[in-house]
Design a protein. Structure first.
Length: 147
């Protein structure tokens, strides 16, 4: 993983974060957030992956159901945010739309993915803080603007 600040003004920083073949996306984003002390950020990315596991939140079961993607795919869209989780550590939330070789798309919550050959991420850190707390009604951490 390589990164560079490409803009900084008014307490806001924008980074270009470049992942390379073999990098695991979620682990890389988490490491970047920890290294830079991110408390509130958004990001978007394009590139390609050798495979991924997406997930769909089943409302009735209150759990994520895996969607394995076991092939080379284009990252048509990858967006997400960084907030402080209930444990005080960075919480990375990512959704992705992945394009298959036949033009079909698969989408969902990104659980894991391996880059091949690159993933180009533009991440903007806000000067404020976002915090998440567990919503007891559904059992997952959501951004709580009262914290």
């Amino acid at each position: 993983m390589r990164s560079k600040v490409i803009h900084e003004a008014n307490g806001e920083r924008t980074f270009a974060v470049i992942l390379e073949t073999g990098d695991e996306v979620m682990a890389s984003l988490n490491a970047f957030a920890v290294e830079h002390g991110l408390n509130a950020a958004t990001f978007k990315a394009i590139g390609a992956l050798s495979g991924a596991t997406l997930a769909f939140f089943d409302w009735d079961k209150k759990e994520y159901l895996p969607i394995p993607v076991n092939e080379q795919v284009e990252v048509a869209s990858l967006i997400g945010d960084v907030a402080t989780g209930p444990d005080g550590k960075p919480a990375i939330h990512v959704h992705a739309v992945l394009g298959k070789s036949d033009g079909a798309a698969v989408a969902g919550h990104l659980k894991s993915a391996f880059v091949r050959p690159t993933l180009e991420i533009i991440l903007t850190e806000a000067p404020g803080h976002l915090r998440k707390r567990i919503d007891p009604a559904i059992g997952i951490a959501l951004v709580d603007l009262t914290l």
